[in-house]
Design a protein around this ligand. Sequence first.
Ligand SMILES: Nc1nc2c([nH]c(=O)n2[C@@H]2O[C@H](COP(=O)(O)OP(=O)(O)OP(=O)(O)O)[C@@H](O)[C@H]2O)c(=O)[nH]1
Length: 146
Amino acid sequence: MSAPDSAPAAAPLRLLLVVAVALVDVDGRVLVSERPAGKQLAGLWEFPGGKVEPGERPEQTLIRELAEELGIRVEEPCLAPLTFASHAYPDFHLLMPLYVCRRWTGTPRPMEGQALRWVRPKALRDLAMPPADAPLIPFLIDLLEV
Ligand SMILES: Nc1nc2c([nH]c(=O)n2[C@@H]2O[C@H](COP(=O)(O)OP(=O)(O)OP(=O)(O)O)[C@@H](O)[C@H]2O)c(=O)[nH]1
């Protein structure tokens, strides 16, 4: 049945699949990266990652993004799924699996000029992060804080 002529059609929901990772160092700290000026949510600290491109599996996306953003090489078995974010932004709905990774080759460095920080999971609560990330923090605290 079609909607009556007077009712405006609801805008189709845009579901955006982004994949992110908590890189964990030997001291149990997690890497966060500052979103550059000029981008949406600029200045907020986020987990490395990015949009899953057509034809990619999420793990392939992460391996690609970690090479592009941080210059490190990650093997797929070192990516362990932890939880996911599901968050309604004004213009899209974000679905973002979060992986944990403790092993990689190379030293993370800011390949795109972004600021990087290693922080204790509890300290993530005091960082300005995108709203989608807040529900992820307790999972990292449970996993990593002794
Ligand atoms: N990588 C990452 N993205 C996140 C996090 N939290 C969160 O809301 N996002 C959102 O997920 C989307 C990721 O997009 P992206 O990083 O691939 O792309 P972008 O907005 O920088 O634009 P671009 O396509 O020009 O690179 C953004 O809308 C970003 O705000 C997070 O912790 N890590």
